[in-house]
Every structure is written in C-alpha cells, then in structure tokens.
Design a protein around this ligand. Sequence first.
Ligand code: GDP
Length: 326
Amino acid sequence: MNDSALHEGRIYVAGHRGLVGSAVVRRLHAEGLHNIVTATRDELDLTVPGDVMAFFEAQRPSHVLLAAAKVGGILANSQEPVAFIRDNLAIQANVIEACHRFQVRKLVFLGSSCIYPKFAAQPITESALLSGALEPTNEAYAIAKIAGIKACAAYNRQHGSNFLALMPTNLYGPGDNYDLLGSHVLPALMRRAHEARAQGLDELVVWGSGTPRRELMHVDDLASACLFALQRLDASDIGECVNIGVGSDLSIREIAEIVMRVVGYQGRIVFDTSKPDGTPRKLLDVSVMKHLGWSARIPLAEGIHSAYQDFLTRFTGQAAPALSTH
Ligand code: GDP
C-alpha cells in the first residue's frame, strides 16, 4: 500500500471529460484526493508530442491515469479505423514516453477487452493476449491498445518503470455517449427504448442477431479498480495486463430486455441483421484481480437504472421510474 504517495503527489487524469476519466475524478474527489491535474482537449492535444512533453514538464505529475482515447461502438470502429489506430497510437506513445522522461511513479494505462482474440476461450484469461486473430470490426482500436500494453511492458523491462495496463470489459454509466450511431450497445438501446416509449412505437430495433454476449460493467466499478491500482498495485504484481470485469455476461437480447424494463417500454424487439454482431462473446476471467483483493460491486439492473437517471437528467430533466424487481 502506497497511499501517502498518492496524497502527496499530483495525479494527472488524462481524458477527464470522458466516461472513464470523469468517473475516476469523481472517485478521487470522494476519497479526499484533490491534487488532480487535468487539461481539456483545447488546452492540450495529446497527439502532439512536444505539447505533451511541455505539459509534463510544467505539471510534473507523480501518478498518471491514461483514460484519454478515441473510443466508439461497433459501427464507428468499423467505419473510421484510421482515427482509432492513429489517434490512440499517438496519444499512448506520447503519454507513456512523457511518464518515463518525467519519472512518473506510476502510470495506469487503460485498454479494453477487445484486445483479445475473437475466438479466445471463455472466460478470457490475460494469457490469451496475442494467441489468435482479432475481431475485424474493432481491430484498429485493439491493435493500438495492444501496442500500449506492450509499450508499458517494454518501459518496465528496459527502464524499471511502474506502468500498469488495466483491461476493462464493456463499460456504461453517467456521461456515456448516447449518439445513436457512434455509441456502444447499452446507451444506444437506452436512448432508443426511451424514444420508442415517448413516441408510442411498437418496436425496438436491436442491431445484429441478439445472440452475441457482452459483459457490462458500471464505470464507477472501473473507477474503483483504478483507485485500487493507484494505491495498491505495482507492475510487478501483475503480468503485462490485468482484466477488470464483473465475471458474468448476458446476450444482447437479454440486455435489451433489461433496458426495456428499466425504461418502462413494453414494445417488441426486432433485430436489424444488416448490422454487425461483432465478436460472439468476450467474458473476462477476473480471478487475478480477485486474488489481488478487488472485485466489481454494482449489480447490472441497479447500474442501468442509475445510468438511465443520468440520461434523463441530461436529456429531459425527468426522473427515472422506480426499478421493478421482477
Ligand atoms: P462491441 O462490444 O465492440 O461489439 O461494441 P458495441 O457495444 O457497439 O456492440 C455490442 C453488440 O451489441 C453487437 O453485437 C451489436 O450488434 C449489438 N447491438 C445491438 N443494438 C445495438 C445498438 O443500437 N448500438 C450498438 N453499438 N450495438 C448494438
């Protein structure tokens, strides 16, 4: 445990306006940690090496949480692979090198469960990394994140750095992207179910076949894992990366049904099979983190309910209906 170092230093949260970064900042504040450094995209373009070095030189963070990334759902990933590979490689290369040059004590780098092979054995252990071909719909993003993991490992090996790579499963929560085309499944379905109810529509369109399975984790659980890593983990405690998940998954159809229940929409589900299914399943094996002393806590229905509350206050100013328990 290295708690005092965290209180005494300066924690740079890169990407503090995003889903993950904003949850991490909320959590750090809740822990009484206010020594946080942030910069908006207008203030600092993380893809520009000189700007990143100058920022680190001026701010001298002791701890860095790298949550800044170009992210998006299955369609955005397959339609704009250039931005996903180019921006993520640049952001990571710059921030990781700056952490080395300015002797950051600990870097927590965030990836994603899509780094694992499309047909990895389930649940997916960390050792599945690079053991098979990737899912094509998000290959560009995955390759960039794999490069980030390997960069952290290389700096650790060559320079004795303390760079940790955390691989969270699919996330949702307050501050999510609710854009209908660019977002991930949960915010997209939440918005579509909400609009279908408001407009009295009979049908809710769900992309793909409904059979792929996804593990969904509330972003506040990831923030708790990030705090745990900042306070208590060192790179030597884990392998090249460590999974952060809840340990169970549901089919897209089941996820749609929970969303409908939370939103209070009673129409019919229709599947748009012209849209891609993506990888059939990506359930993470979370035993390494469990052994290290961390587990996710937020139950899915409760988490979706609080996410819907966030959606409603942002978009309509209404309150969410009470969550039914059946
Ligand atoms: P993925 O986990 O990288 O595949 O990303 P997504 O969260 O975008 O998609 C997960 C699964 O949900 C895929 O099988 C999609 O086809 C399915 N899905 C169903 N409806 C939607 C939707 O409205 N938006 C998105 N993004 N995915 C959807």
